[in-house]
Design a binder for this molecule. Structure first.
Ligand SMILES: *Cc1c(COP(=O)(O)O)cnc(C)c1O
Length: 430
């Protein structure tokens, strides 16, 4: 595949942008090779600057549940474009957006729109601190909650693949309030709570972790977490920036039937534009300014273009719920089964974790249920697999500890072709 123009652009970009990219994992550092520069997205396909076509399984890292440029989002954007792109004042769209979020996710009684997932998680933790008057919080090893200082302690996603899970620039003071527990291990949570009695404001978790690869929490674990948080008056935060509107219309909390106190959103909620949100119980959200004293603000928060795209996406979900999630399940199950058959016929027992349209293939024969088991994956082998798939026109996330996202517009041919490509790729590298 000729990617000459991408090579040229990347060389130029490296002298102008740190690492040549505006978000680390895009740089292909953990898989090797030159990042591909894209010009266009069409449904399930991406077209690069040399005109090569790829079946895309990143979907802009999660937002594109309906593939690239779905007509109903494009139309909503065009309509808003005529009226103006930003007013810095309230609009009807923001009210409609809040209404639809609270309808789709009943634990969210009140919601604040922000501009990214990072802002959402940061503000949720601040709100929990303000509400409880306590400073410490618990996060889980391998979970990623954006790049606020106190989350960059053993974080997942790019922080994990680049080998700097704890970033320089994070102060000891910041790190001291972050308590680390093991995913799917309730005893590790109990120990921390015992040792910090009455000092913990919140527990934040990705109920379906997607940033150490896909690693679902067990229902029993989440239920016990819910119970402990109730007993200790700790705010339970579900970070559903990735799983929200992805694993079900009501997110992972609908799937598991467990209600958090606060939830954070991003990705799908913006229909491809930069949007995040946090919300939850009325009594907690009423602490947020200007209703309450916990400060939180944003010049472009609730931006009309972003709200138009996000609202169009959520409206589409609300109106086509059954069809969307059952078709995602069928397509994704087919992909999983095909990959499993590939592995079996090559005599390998590598692990595939999948929840709905989120999937990861780990290059390990161990069951993957937490951070330690996730990192037992052979990342060098993943790098080879990645490059072999890219060469065959399959665009996966360029790192082991990410998810494959299937969209509603991936066709049967797309999935069949992907399974076939994966067989050839695996045969070549094993
Ligand atoms: C992507 C992600 C974030 C960060 O969102 P940004 O929009 O990249 O700031 C936070 N939490 C989870 C679970 C995510 O997947």
């Amino acid at each position: 595949m000729n990617i000459e123009k991408s090579v040229e652009l990347f060389n130029k970009a490296k002298s102008l942008i740190p690492g040549g990219v505006n978000s680390p994992v895009r740089a292909f550092k953990s898989v090797g090779g030159n990042p591909v520069f894209f010009e266009k997205g069409e449904g399930s396909k991406l077209i690069d600057v040399n005109g090569n076509r790829y079946i895309d399984y990143i979907g802009s890292w999660g937002p594109h549940l309906f593939g690239h440029n779905p007509p109903f989002i494009k139309e909503a954007l065009e309509e808003q474009l005529e009226k103006g792109v930003s007013f810095g004042a309230p609009t009807e769209l923001e009210v409609k957006m809040a209404e639809i979020i609270t309808r789709l996710v009943p634990s969210v009684e009140m919601v604040r729109m922000v501009n990214s997932g990072t802002e959402a998680t940061m503000s949720a933790v601040r709100t929990a601190r303000g509400f409880t008057g306590r400073e410490k919080f618990i996060k889980f090893e391998g979970c990623y909650h954006g790049h606020a200082d106190y989350f960059l302690i053993k974080a997942g996603s790019g922080a994990l693949t680049l080998g700097v899970p704890t970033s320089p620039g994070v102060t000891n003071g910041n790190a001291a309030d972050t308590l680390l527990a093991d995913f799917n291990d309730i005893e590790s949570v109990k120990r921390l709570i015992q040792a910090n009695k009455g000092e913990i404001s919140s527990v934040i978790i990705e109920p379906v972790a997607g940033n150490m690869g896909v690693v679902p929490a067990s229902k029993d674990f989440l239920q016990q977490l819910r119970n402990i948080c109730d007993e200790e008056e700790i705010i339970l935060i579900f970070d559903e920036v990735m799983s929200g509107f992805r694993v079900a219309a009501g997110g992972a909390q609908e799937l598991y039937g467990i209600k958090p106190d606060l939830t954070t959103f991003g990705k799908i909620i913006g229909g491809g534009l930069p949007v995040g949100a946090f919300g939850g119980k009325m009594e907690i959200m009423e602490k947020v300014a200007p209703a309450g004293p916990v400060y939180q603000a944003g010049t472009l928060s609730g931006n009309p273009l972003a709200m138009a795209a996000g609202y169009a996406a959520l409206k589409h979900i609300e109106e086509n719920k059954e069809e969307i999630y059952s078709s995602l399940e069928v397509k994704s199950a087919k992909l999983e089964q095909g990959l499993n058959e590939n592995l079996k016929s090559l005599g390998r027992n590598f692990q595939i974790n999948r929840v709905g349209s989120m999937l990861s293939l780990f290059f390990t024969e161990n069951k993957v249920f937490d951070f330690k088991t996730a990192v037992s994956s052979d990342t060098e082998l993943f790098g080879k697999y990645y490059r072999a798939m890219l060469e065959r026109g399959i665009y996966l996330a360029p790192a082991q500890f990410e998810a494959v996202f299937v969209s509603t517009v991936h066709s049967d041919e797309d999935i069949d072709y992907t399974i076939k490509a994966a067989f050839e790729a695996l045969k070549e590298i094993l």
